[in-house]
Design a protein around this ligand. Structure first.
Ligand SMILES: [Zn+2]
Length: 534
């Protein structure tokens, strides 16, 4: 039994000074004096006035892909110019001693930050790094990648190759591929990457869970099934099962089961899977589907052409029929659905499908949800509330999107987008997350963006300040509301008697610190299931 006293403990409702953990649950909260007397035999931890709240729950991310990314060359801090990016990759290839012929994998570039050129890199840029190693560099958004000529040769793409549905590879004026792949065309590249073993998978998961703990995260709702092309998802489930048996899970996992066609979804359901199956360490949660791409790459699907590129509306991943079919099937088989939607065009299709499923077979608390929910029209905000949808927001995206949203969609549509507070006022539950590895799983950064509606460093903004969260709302979006997303609000997300003992100790009180410095607050300790994991 452990007694934590003398702290500023935010329970989720109110403040207390102390709490007691027995095994993996909280058993009491209250005043220090009172609990010290009552639980005099417990191991005592003086919190020295530090701030404590429930462990953070990232309601949409990609744990396995994060672990995989942590193993790849990280370009995020090296993308100020194409030149810098190329030099950094070359240095890393040297220092990691990548052998001739081996794949060079990197991730996190963003050409919007390039100061020397205003375009995507191409195969020819990467050929300057190596002509004997295949190279694949993935854009920060994960919706586009670039490969060099060696990789193109291995993939077997040339000017005669046909384009793919729901994606494309870019070609020059002579029809020669430029090495740039978008959306579904990414699979052409990923199919050629070497497959990981079960042990590799476990290593990646551990790497990611350690990183999550360092950000105070104790629960992650994660989309893991389609990271590796052709890898049977049962391998991934098995990797988690083994980690659980070995006592090496330091983050609770809710799987957002990603399927791309009805056949594989049916197989999954017929194997006996449904939303909620599992235990507090690993649980199968909603059906996850992709709807469209990203705003940065202009692949998010809009109901009207992009303001800064009238030649495109973006790329929808599925037709209305496919959404109807898959969402309807999941809905009728005890599954919640959570669908990625960035543009308002795709949101229409997704809500049509959910409404159709509900009309045919009304379910009272299905908690279907929209992941990202970025570009929205006022009528869609009302429709989300009417359909009782959950919103899986990533307020950390504001850090980048504030700079591009008006250019991409125009002033009018930007004013009704990222409208998370408006959604809350209409009765929609809004949970928060990072979409890591798209962003770092930086919860405090996400809270700062939610509260200030400004970028983290230069404080550009505020963008729609009336949409700002209070400190309390920001914390709840990463705790109680995230727990609600997975139907687990009765077992976690608060520091309360009977709840799972997941909590985080911070250096400063989030309610008192300057909102523009929330991101600088240090995570001192992270506890999961009654054990210190960071
Ligand atoms: Zn995602």
């Amino acid at each position: 039994m452990d007694l934590f006293y003398n702290g500023n403990v935010f329970t989720g409702d109110s403040f207390v000074e102390a709490f007691v953990v027995d095994g993996n649950h909280f058993v009491a909260t209250g005043r220090s004096e009172e609990l010290l007397e009552k639980y005099s035999y417990a191991t005592k931890h003086n919190l020295n006035n530090k701030f404590v709240c429930a462990g953070f729950n990232d309601s949409h991310m990609h744990v396995l892909n994060d672990g995989y990314s942590l193993e790849t060359i990280q370009l995020a801090g090296h993308t100020s110019s194409l030149k810098e990016m190329k030099e950094y990759i070359a240095e890393e290839v040297k220092s990691r001693q990548i052998k001739d012929g081996q794949w060079i994998r990197a991730r996190g570039w963003n050409h919007d930050f390039f100061t020397d050129v205003n375009r995507f890199p191409t195969r020819y840029d990467l050929d300057e790094i190596s002509q004997t190693n295949p190279i694949c560099i993935v854009r920060a958004c994960g919706h586009a990648c670039v490969v060099n000529s060696k990789a193109l040769e291995m993939i077997g793409i040339d000017k005669n190759t046909k384009q793919v549905d729901g994606g494309r590879f870019d070609v020059d004026e002579n029809g020669e591929p430029l090495g740039i792949f978008r959306e579904n065309a990414l699979d052409l590249v990923y199919a050629k990457l070497p497959q990981p073993t079960r042990e590799d998978l476990k290593q990646m998961l551990i790497l990611a869970m350690k990183q999550l703990n360092s950000f105070g995260v104790t629960s992650a709702q994660t989309d893991d099934f389609v990271v590796f092309h052709g890898l049977d998802y049962h391998e991934i489930i098995q990797a988690y099962e083994e980690l659980k048996e070995e006592g090496r899970m330091t983050v609770r996992i809710n799987q957002q089961n990603h399927f791309t066609n009805l056949k594989s979804l049916k197989e999954f359901v017929e194997e006996g899977h449904y939303t909620g199956l599992g235990d507090e360490f690993f649980r199968f949660s909603p059906l996850k589907m992709l709807g469209d791409g990203s705003l940065g790459a202009r692949t998010a699907f809009m109901s009207a052409p992009y303001a800064d590129d009238p030649s495109t509306c973006g790329i929808p991943v599925y037709s209305q029929e496919t959404f109807d079919e898959m969402i309807g099937y999941a809905h009728n088989h005890n599954m919640q659905v959570a669908i990625h939607s960035i543009g308002d065009g795709i949101l229409d299709r997704i809500m049509n499908a959910i409404e159709k499923a509900q009309n045919e077979n009304p379910r009272e608390d299905a908690r279907h949800g929209i992941i990202h929910c970025q570009i929205t029209r006022p009528d869609q905000l009302d429709r989300m509330a009417k359909l009782n949808l959950h919103c899986y927001a990533q307020t950390i995206f504001l850090d980048y999107d504030i700079k591009i949203v008006e250019d991409r969609v125009g002033k009018e549509k930007a004013a009704s987008s990222y409208n998370f507070k408006t959604l809350m006022k209409k009765g929609v539950h809004v949970s928060n997350g990072s979409d890591c590895p798209v962003e770092l799983p930086n919860v405090l950064g996400g809270m700062q963006c939610a509260i200030t509606r400004s970028t983290l460093k230069e404080h550009i903004g505020p963008y729609l300040p009336e949409e700002a969260f209070t400190v309390k709302e920001a914390i709840l979006s990463f705790t109680t509301e995230a727990a609600r997303a997975s139907f687990e609000e009765k077992i976690k997300g608060k520091i309360e008697k009977g709840m799972l003992a997941d909590f985080v100790i911070l250096d400063e009180n989030l309610f008192e610190v300057d909102p523009y410095h929330i991101n600088d607050v240090k995570i001192l300790q992270t506890w999961m299931n009654g054990k210190q994991v960071y």
